[in-house]
Design a protein around this ligand. Structure first.
Ligand code: MN
Length: 179
């Protein structure tokens, strides 16, 4: 099963579990009903930014949509454009409540993220290459070894203006869900 197929099945399952129609899911996520339908039918793969909107709308960690490791599959989310590849380094742990991703952004790529769930905190550390990060509407340039911690519940963007890929880690802390 490829990553888009796993995503299709997971999305359909989550939506049914929550008893939501496609229209209700569109309202919750801010992703169009048409697009959600295409993803569920395995006709389209969303960008990382769109997948984040879906995860936020469903109150699940982003990694929920990435197939767990198996002998045949390395867990990774590859959008069709290949602009931004996201690979979980550890499976999500419900008690520790963080996702830790290895992310690669292609030369020239821009990924604009809408706000994640309230209280989500993101920690970005550059491994190699140079990353531009927009936090609070200001671009900052991070060199290898440099990092930033910021509120993920506000809009933020990642950009690679270099000719080489940028590789960074992102540790995302999710707040304890309200009961
Ligand atoms: Mn983010």
């Amino acid at each position: 099963m490829d990553s888009a197929h796993y995503l299709a099945i997971t999305l359909k399952h989550l939506r049914h579990e929550k008893g939501m129609s496609l229209a209700q899911a569109a309202e919750r996520t801010g992703v169009s009903k048409a697009m959600l339908g295409q993803i569920e039918r395995h006709e389209s793969s969303p960008t990382v930014a769109t997948l984040w909107k879906i995860a936020t709308g469903f109150n699940v960690p982003f990694s929920r949509f990435i197939a767990p490791a198996s002998p045949l599959i390395k867990p990774r989310y590859n959008p069709p454009s290949q602009d931004m590849q996201v690979e979980p380094l550890f499976p999500f742990d419900a008690e520790l409540r963080f996702d830790h991703f290895s992310i690669k952004l292609a030369p020239g790529a821009l990924s604009e993220s809408s706000a994640h769930d309230t209280g989500v905190v993101e920690h970005v550390v550059v491994i190699s290459g140079v990353l531009d990060l927009k936090i609070d509407d200001q671009w900052q340039t991070l060199q290898p070894g440099e990092g930033r911690r910021f509120a993920g519940d506000k809009a933020h963007s990642y950009r690679n203006r270099q000719l080489e890929e940028v590789h960074f880690h992102s540790l995302i802390h999710y707040p304890v869900p309200e009961l």
